[in-house]
Design a protein around this ligand. Structure first.
Ligand code: HEM
Length: 552
């Protein structure tokens, strides 16, 4: 009897507890819905995440490919955990939806440890979206355009910088081939790209063996590894507090950023010292100084400008540093891939030469006016960008507000990875995305399919879209058509180029070696006169370069 009574009491208690629990859970659910503004959306689905590390160990050597695999299972929007952070990954159609249609909500940057080290924490590219940032971005975009592709005059000057730099590069390639037969072109391509941007930004270029310049621009791989989506120090920042390889890597990253900032800071200081009121703008640094000083504290009303010293903060160095840094890392990587595919696929190189020869005779060199008539050159460049997707994920974004995407709720300050690679290898858009085929961009009559090239996603979209797209396309076109017109490149049979890469913000090709020979003489290229550089750094502003001067 006693036992039956006790069992009854237990059952009643259990029932009461069950009802109370269900009531509590229902109330919690209703409260969450009310708090979420009535949105019933759940968070995105995703794989099981391990304690402490989350899914970090699963990213592997090619996180973009891993993400595309997960997208097949969970859909275009899914969620992983990296360390303690939830990360929403956008693929395929979700990218345009988020970055363009819901642009303001997805325009932020996460407060990652590594991002604070870039441009002393004042980076335009790695800083989050604020009213001041928006003004700064507008100024940067207009200034870059005005100094490169804005009108016929600046386009012509920019083209001249590129042609002269390709000439210097070609001389060096021929010399290296003569001396060593096969050589690795990677560092020369980095210096060459940095020189073009240095001419535009600072009014000077450097010799290829200039130790200081090589030191400043030659460490892109370390930079790109540390700020790329999924960077270990960003998702597990505690690793920087005790001896381990991540800590060493992060210390190198901090010192390279410090040295880069010192280099840029010195350039800006030299420009400020020699900039005369009312004198012509000499280069992009002058243009930034004038534009930003005119805006004072970048036009932000005092209420929003908290923490800014009287007289306004000087963002010139941080902004020009971003432009110089962002351009030379991405463009030099693009050029490395272009050269790699030229030597890897000799038939394609020959076809490029044939097209350029048909349009441009030997009495002149290719120029921007020829671009419309060189569709195969453009198709080749787009195929290099699509196939390699050498910026596979954008710089990580973050949400500025609580929002939803494709029916899933995403809270404010969530880290967002944008998988550009997933678009460029999407089987619904591209036939056989894994084969390298420039022809895919050509109509049967040989003209460029402009709708299809619009599907290549490498400069991102929306509020954070790259500000250097036009400048980059111009540079890649001139570089490729000039090389096809002037020389023939071949690979080292003992070390044939592979399509493997090292992962980071940009995918770097593995080392490869080439030999270069002229197709004809360089006489037409040699006759091109370099426009004077202002050589502000040496205080000889406005002095013309000596004829034939190519290295300082
Ligand atoms: C082939 C060359 C280039 C590629 C593929 C490329 C690609 C990108 C990508 C993917 C982003 C990140 C967008 C995002 O987070 O959603 C970006 C940002 C940026 N790029 Fe480029 N870029 C290239 C060249 C350049 C050049 C030449 C410049 C300078 C003139 C430049 C300046 C910037 C800046 C300042 C940002 C930051 C924009 C922001 O955060 O609002 N880039 N670029």
């Amino acid at each position: 009897m006693m036992n039956a009574a006790t069992e009854d009491a237990d059952r009643t208690l259990a029932r009461t507890l069950l009802v109370a629990s269900v009531t509590f859970l229902c109330a919690l659910h209703v409260w969450r819905r009310l708090r979420g503004g009535g949105s019933a959306a759940a968070g995105p689905p995703g794989p099981f995440a391990w304690p402490l590390v989350g899914n970090a160990a699963q990213l592997g050597a090619a996180p973009h490919v891993y993400f595309a695999r997960l997208a097949k299972k969970y859909g275009d929007v899914f969620q992983i955990r990296l360390g303690r952070r939830a990360v929403v990954v956008l693929n395929g159609a979700a990218i345009k939806q988020a970055l363009v249609k819901q642009g303001p909500a997805f325009a932020g940057r996460p407060d990652f440890t590594s991002f604070h080290c870039v441009s002393n924490g004042d980076s335009l590219a790695f800083g989050t979206a604020t009213p001041r940032w928006r003004t700064r971005r507008r100024v940067a975009q207009a200034t870059v355009r005005a100094a490169s592709t804005g009108d016929a005059h600046t386009r012509c000057a920019f083209q001249n910088h590129i042609v002269c730099e390709v000439r210097a590069l070609l001389r060096l390639f021929l010399e290296e081939t003569r001396r060593r037969r096969y050589f690795q072109p990677a560092l020369y391509l980095v210096v060459s790209t940095a020189n073009i941007m240095s001419a535009v930004c600072f009014g000077r270029r450097y010799a290829y063996d200039d130790a200081e310049f090589r030191h400043v621009v030659g460490r892109n791989d370390q930079f790109t590894r540390t700020v790329g989506a999924g960077s270990v120090v960003d998702v597990m920042p505690w690793l920087q507090y005790f001896p381990n390889p991540v800590k060493t890597m992060f210390q190198n990253f901090k010192s390279l950023n410090r040295e880069f900032s010192l280099f840029i800071g010195a350039k800006v200081a030299q420009h400020r010292e020699t900039l005369r009121p009312g004198a012509a703008v000499r280069d992009m640094t002058d243009a930034f100084i004038l534009a930003m000083d005119r805006l004072g504290d970048l036009g932000v009303p005092p209420a929003a400008a908290e923490g800014v010293p009287p007289g306004g903060k000087d963002y010139v160095a941080a902004t020009i540093g971003d432009v110089f840094g962002a351009s030379q890392d991405t463009l030099s990587t693009a050029l490395q891939w272009i050269v790699l595919f030229l030597v890897r696929l000799p038939d394609i190189q020959r076809r490029l030469q044939e097209e350029v020869d048909k349009v441009v005779d030997r009495e002149r060199i290719p120029s921007m006016e020829d671009q419309q008539r060189l569709p195969y050159v453009m198709a080749f460049i787009y195929e290099v960008m699509r196939y390699t997707s050498f910026v596979p994920l954008t710089i990580p974004h973050s949400t500025m507000t609580d929002t939803t995407i494709m029916g899933y709720s995403v809270p404010k300050d969530t880290v967002v990875f944008v998988n550009q690679w997933s678009m460029n290898w999407d089987q619904d858009i591209w036939t056989q995305p894994d084969s390298f085929d420039p022809e895919r961009f050509l109509y049967p009559d040989g003209s460029l399919n402009k709708d299809l090239v619009g599907n290549v996603l490498i400069f991102s979209q929306g509020k954070r879209r790259c500000i250097g797209e036009d400048l980059s396309k111009m540079q890649l076109f001139l570089f490729t058509s000039l090389l096809a017109h002037q020389c023939h490149m071949s690979s080292d049979p003992a070390n044939p180029p592979q399509t493997g890469f090292t992962y980071g913000l940009t995918l770097k090709p593995l080392p490869f070696s080439i030999a270069v020979k002229l197709r004809d003489s360089m006489s037409v290229l040699e006759r091109v006169k370099s426009l004077p550089l202002n050589r502000t750094a040496e205080g000889t502003t406005g002095q013309p370069e000596p004829e034939g001067h190519s290295e300082n």
